[in-house]
Design a protein around this ligand. Structure first.
Ligand code: SF4
Ligand code: SF4
Length: 96
């Protein structure tokens, strides 16, 4: 395997160990994503459940009052889509 084909997640320490305390924000887990959450703004009732359940804590309220993820950290797990009571989030294949 050439060095160019090695993805960021393959450069993690064994067991994803953090060697430098406090460096979590430097780990852009968005590099791991293959599916991306897409919000249907018409369906969203702004209940905040997606933000509460997101394991990366990357979903926050934006200026328009809707909740969207920071794609630098969204790893595409789909938990937000699974927990949304209005099925307002769809997971779609992302072109990178
Ligand atoms: S869980 Fe669904 S309805 Fe609730 S804020 Fe998130 S996207 Fe909107
Ligand atoms: S897909 Fe996973 S990591 Fe991304 S916003 Fe939804 S719950 Fe968070």
């Amino acid at each position: 395997m050439s060095k160019q084909s090695i993805c960021a997640w393959q450069k993690l320490e064994l067991g994803a160990a953090i060697r430098d305390p406090g460096n979590a924000s430097a780990l852009k887990t968005g590099d791991w994503r293959t599916l991306v959450p897409v919000l249907d703004e018409e369906k969203c009732i702004k209940c905040t459940l997606c933000a509460i359940y997101c394991p990366e804590f990357c979903i926050s309220e934006r200026e328009d009052g809707l909740f969207r993820p920071d794609l630098n950290y969204c790893k595409g797990c789909g938990i937000c889509a699974n927990e949304c009571p209005k099925s307002a989030i769809s997971m779609v294949m992302e072109d990178k």
